[in-house]
Design a protein around this ligand. Structure first.
Ligand SMILES: NC(=O)c1ccc[n+]([C@@H]2O[C@H](COP(=O)([O-])OP(=O)(O)OC[C@H]3O[C@@H](n4cnc5c(N)ncnc54)[C@H](OP(=O)(O)O)[C@@H]3O)[C@@H](O)[C@H]2O)c1
Length: 189
């Protein structure tokens, strides 16, 4: 664990979202309509700044699989400028395991603590609706960062799985970034 002199980063749920509240289209499509990727919407410097503040990622198995499929279909399509450690939550790690990934399972609080520790004082990004929902439900999230994209998808994967309790958020900032709007909220605890 971190000693007291090491600053602790924030736990941040980081999402791109259509204006009508979908984080992916039907069939997990992440092209945001017309084949446009997230990086085509947000200003590159904002994207780079957020990535630079990130020290580790905690990712749900489904999100990981969608990313792998996107890379297989179109190499280079996952172009997020992040090079830190990846923690993948799954009940069934692949055989053989990917040496670049740490596989975690079980208690979400322990998984967040492990990944946050590895972030070395930077932020921990939480990726995946199910995983983020677990983190929100347990009061583990400090901030929600949403890239609101100017598209109505009409259907797909919602920001949160059904059943999440009402939560109150405190607005931090709202910034236009290219064609996206970056909203930040602090989660009230
Ligand atoms: N727009 C964006 O910015 C954005 C960001 C991230 C994801 N997405 C999209 O969101 C979708 C995926 O989200 P999702 O909610 O369906 O799934 P997810 O959160 O990515 O993954 C859920 C899976 O993770 C594993 N898992 C979760 N908690 C666990 C725990 N405590 N212990 C062990 N394993 C655990 C389970 O997989 P197993 O039991 O199968 O191992 C579970 O089915 C995809 O379409 C993705 O593209 C969009």
């Amino acid at each position: 664990m971190s000693d007291q002199s090491t600053p602790t980063g924030k736990v941040v749920v980081n999402r791109a979202m259509s204006l009508d509240g979908y984080i992916a289209g039907p069939g997990d499509a992440m092209d945001w309509g017309g084949g446009r990727k997230l990086a085509d919407y947000a200003a590159p410097e904002d994207f780079a700044k957020i990535a630079a503040a990130t020290g580790a990622m905690l990712i749900g198995r489904r999100t990981w699989d969608v990313g792998e499929q996107m890379e297989a279909d179109e190499p280079g399509s996952i172009d997020y400028p992040f090079t830190g450690p990846f923690f993948l939550l799954t009940h069934e790690p692949p055989d053989p395991p990917d040496p670049a990934v740490t596989y975690l399972s079980g208690d979400i609080g322990e998984a967040v603590a492990t990944a946050l520790d590895a972030a070395g004082g930077k932020d921990l990004e939480i990726l995946g609706a199910d995983v983020a929902g677990q983190c929100l439900q347990r009061g583990l999230v400090d901030e929600i960062l949403v890239y609101v994209l100017p598209v109505l998808l009409g259907d797909g994967i919602r920001f949160s799985p059904p059943g999440l309790a009402t939560m109150h958020l405190e607005p931090i900032s709202s910034v236009r970034s290219g064609d996206a709007t970056i909203l930040r909220f602090r989660v009230r605890k």
